[in-house]
Each structure stands twice: as structure tokens, then as C-alpha cells.
Design a binder for this molecule. Structure first.
Ligand code: 13P
Ligand code: SF4
Length: 322
């Protein structure tokens, strides 16, 4: 009988997964994946998490492995390399960057820091290792409030690069941090208007929002939090329908964890349907994961001097989030 193309793709995926699992064993590799990558990659990973959990896993659980593969974006792989300098860190596609990290070039950030002497520099993990090296402490969306809280109310603080997360912390915690003017192109595409339309169609559905969204969107939220926080909320809530304003990859784990619930992705403001996807995260594919394990390439390397400087604020973050 002739195979349909969908059927041959499924068997092709199964073959790829078998190859990945074989190579992983053979090469003593650990696969980490962010919630925003394709479901097939999340399913095959040893660990799936938000940025904070992935950094924690790299620090604690990858120690026996020879290779760590980061199915996510480049700054996440760099963070793993800084935390595990003796491991070979692979990234299925080196072009998997991040518009938020790109919105904060290290030389410009250095000038900004110098223009604000006596300020403590709090930096979001979505940054290059060079920006991390200029920082006093890092945060993720999962621990930002806790870390800011560890500083006295009148402390002089710089927060970069995400202006939306920074503004959210300033407004909810009564802080006056000086903000770098950066943003993520995915989360900036959500609008309060689209959420209002969905709310009308799905009354009672809690609105889940990532803090990288703009203020009018955050103000519509029933829950604001990192991907892990939103997932946890969706799984534990008694509600049956949820409106989700973050990258649509998170819906994979939401649906797996609560198959009886309905998750409605908020489309970007300039589209009537469709999901809001991070084109960088979606560069990760099963084929590229297989090839990178097979060839042990592309490898992510970090200048050791820069890595030593970046390790301090990363370690401080991990310590403060315990
Ligand atoms: P999380 O901290 O929720 O993992 O978010 C990472 C990210 O890239 C958001 O755009
Ligand atoms: Fe960067 Fe935004 Fe993609 Fe997250 S969703 S990796 S912040 S571009």
C-alpha cells in the first residue's frame, strides 16, 4: 500500500528519534530543551524547563555528561558553557539568537552602566555573555521579583535589557530601577485588543501573560509569570479554558499535562489567526539535533576570561533563587 506524506513524515520522525536516542547514549550527552521549541524536541529531551530551571539543571545535573545539547537559543547554550566549562556544549543551530539579547549590545550597555555610577546592575539572562560579564546579578522571569526584593527599597538599580519586565517590576514592587530600552519581538506583538476579543468569546477563561509583554497586555492578566509559572498555574487551576499570551510552544506541555482543558493562544496583534512563534526557537529541529549529536557540532564556546566574569552574576542568581 502507498504511504501518505503525513504517514511517511511520522515514520521519518520515529527513525530520527531512535537515532537521537542511540547517539545520546553512545556519546554520553544530555539534552536540555526550552518550552518554546517544537513539541517533538521537548518530548525527546532529558529535561524541559524555563530559563531558570535550565540554568539550574546545567549547574546541578549535567555533571556526569560529556556533552550538553541546548535546544533553545544561543544565550542559553552560552550560560550552560559558563556553568559547565569542561563540557562540550552543542546548539542544533547557531543562528538561534534572541531579539531581546540583540537589543543590548555589550559596548552600548557598558556606556550605560558607566553613565550610572553607584548603581547595581541587574541583568536578565536573555543577554550575551559579554553583557552578563558587566552585571552584578542576573535574573530570569522566574526569579526577578525575588532577586530585586533582596536589595533595599532605596537601592540604586539598573535593570536590562527588557523594558517590559523592568517596568512590571518597578510598578508592582514600587521600585525606580533605571531601565535599558530593549524588548523581545515575539512578546511585543501581543495586544490588549486581541485579548479583549478572546475574553469576550471565552468569558471566565483566565488570561496567562509572560512579563516580557507590554504593560497594557500585562494589565489584562489573571496570572503573570515565567513559562514554568504559567504552566504550573494552568495545570493546577480549576478553570477549563485559558487564554495564553506567550510563545505558543508552551501549549505543548499545557495540553500534555491537562488534556481535558482548552488552551487558546493569543495571536499576534497584526494577525487574525495563528500562533505567536519565536522564529529563533523554531530553528531547532529533530534533524538538526540528530546532526549536531552525530557531528558534535556546532559547538558553543565562550572566551574563558569573559566566562569567569559572567559566572559571578550567574552564581549569585542561583544562590539567591535557592
Ligand atoms: P522564561 O524565563 O519564561 O523561560 O522565558 C524565556 C524567554 O525567552 C522568554 O521569551
Ligand atoms: Fe528571545 Fe523573545 Fe525568542 Fe524569548 S521569545 S528567545 S526573548 S526572541
Amino acid at each position: 500500500m502507498e504511504c501518505t506524506s503525513a504517514c511517511s513524515r511520522v515514520s521519518g520522525d520515529e527513525q530520527l528519534k531512535a537515532e537521537i536516542l542511540r547517539l545520546k547514549e553512545e556519546k554520553n550527552a544530555v539534552i536540555l530543551a526550552h518550552y518554546y521549541v517544537d513539541g517533538a524536541l521537548q518530548d525527546i529531551a532529558d529535561y524541559v524547563g524555563d530559563s531558570l530551571a535550565l540554568a539550574q539543571k546545567a549547574a546541578e545535573c549535567c555533571q556526569d555528561a560529556r556533552i550538553v545539547v541546548m535546544c533553545g537559543v544561543h544565550f542559553m547554550a552560552e550560560t550552560v558553557k559558563v556553568l559547565c566549562p569542561d563540557k562540550k556544549v552543542l546548539c542544533p543551530d547557531l543562528a538561534a539568537g534572541c531579539s531581546l539579547a540583540d537589543s543590548c549590545p555589550a559596548d552600548e550597555f557598558e556606556a550605560f552602566v558607566k553613565a550610572h555610577p553607584d548603581h547595581t546592575v541587574i541583568t536578565y539572562v536573555n543577554t550575551s555573555v559579554a553583557v552578563k560579564a558587566l552585571s552584578d546579578v542576573l535574573v530570569t522571569s522566574g526569579n526577578a521579583r525575588k532577586i530585586v526584593e533582596s536589595f533595599p527599597a532605596d537601592a540604586k538599580l539598573i535593570f536590562g535589557p527588557d523594558r517590559n519586565l523592568g517596568a512590571y517590576i518597578n510598578s508592582t514592587m514600587g521600585r525606580d530601577m533605571v531601565l535599558w530600552d530593549g524588548a523581545c519581538h515575539v512578546h511585543e506583538r501581543f495586544s490588549a485588543e486581541k485579548i479583549a476579543e478572546l475574553r469576550k468569546a471565552h468569558p471566565g477563561a483566565p488570561v496567562l501573560v509572560h512579563p516580557e509583554c507590554k504593560r497594557p497586555v500585562v494589565l489584562m492578566a489573571d496570572k503573570v509569570g515565567s513559562t514554568a509559572v504559567l504552566l504550573d498555574y494552568a495545570l493546577k487551576s480549576d478553570a477549563k479554558e485559558f487564554i495564553v499570551a506567550t510563545e505558543s510552544g508552551i501549549l505543548h506541555k499545557m495540553k500534555l499535562g491537562a488534556p481535558d482543558k482548552t488552551f487558546i493562544p493569543v495571536p499576534p496583534s497584526d494577525s487574525t489567526c495563528g500562533c505567536n512563534e519565536c522564529s529563533y526557537m523554531k530553528l531547532n529541529t529533530l534533524e538538526k539535533l540528530r546532526d549536531c549529536l552525530k557531528n558534535e557540532s556546532p559547538e558553543v564556546t565562550v572566551d574563558p576570561e569573559l566566562a569567569a566574569k559572567a559566572l559571578k552574576p550567574i552564581d549569585r542568581m542561583l544562590e539567591l533563587s535557592r
